[in-house]
Design a protein. Sequence first.
Length: 374
Amino acid sequence: MRMVSPYTSRGGGSLRVKSKFGLRLILAVLVLASGISFQPHPSFAEPSFVALPKIENNKVAPRIIYIENPRFPRVAPNELHKVALTAADLVKEHFGIEVEIPSRIPARDIDDVFAELVGNEPSGFKDLIGDFRNGNVDWEAVGENLVEKIEKQKDPLAKQIEFARPYLIRPLEKEDVTSFSRVVVETFKARLFHWTVAKLKDGHPVIGEVPGRPDLPLNEYGYWTLMAKQGINAEIVLTNQLVASVEYIPVPVHTSIRGGITGGSTEYNPSSRFGSSVWVSLFPYLSDDPHIREYRNGDTYTRDEALSYAGAMLAHEMGHQLLQLGHPWSNEACPMRPAEMLDFASWVKKFDVGKCHIGSSPEMKTGTMKAPIW
Ligand SMILES: [Zn+2]
């Protein structure tokens, strides 16, 4: 729940069109985990937010489903359990809540799930999404949103640059917001484009059209948000799909520099017992793509490591979902502090419940970050 801001739509490439669209809709944006949530609603309406869930006896029993893309690395049922059990251990240790894991995690085919979403988008929804697959993105608008985001951060510009510098694809011309945002956008663009060229084992691009398969927006963050809004019957959604995309909303620097990959997020879901559902993509843990390895600081993970890091990400999202905790950036001992790039090994190593209690900082207070209802 970082901010509520007017969004700049893609428009037709002209500033006039963009600002006109911006007046028509307001977007409530929040930064959750590596992700973001968006909420188009009429500009006259006050955004409302998911209430803090009531948890009895510090016990929860979430329904978990697995959404599978048959093209992506397979994840066996016992592996899904390992992810859930690792998350349950961390949630117990760090948040004091016992999580009962269902004995069976039903799987659904991703094409079936997305076929129900496509055609049921609210008006204005598609205008938020940058069509990078067809090279049709208004990167200038992305840059404008990025500048807005950079200027709203509590951290000074120099600190933001220092954080991002090792991951940028080229040096800055100057240490100012214009040069910085320009190079961040170039980095975003190049890294997102990579997925339209990099191939899966079937010889087709990670993101793109595949002969014999329906053309669905499986990689689009917005549609994973829409899935929750449309009330998918689960509190937890796991998937092997890569989610990487660009939206015309203020996206944080740390999401931009890894090319728009979203590892998971917590979203308003009217069918969820907690008011929101979380989804986590297992791809960043299971993939051995050279770009993914670069974002992991060169690491290759064993299968067990990959699954347990994915479990840590799930626990992070459950901290948003169950207690509505925020992001304590200054305390590395907290699972609620997002991982840098996709460097999960060093992230998990620093977890220390003794140094990060509930309530130990403003971001670690319950009810800090709430998913918007849209
Ligand atoms: Zn988060």
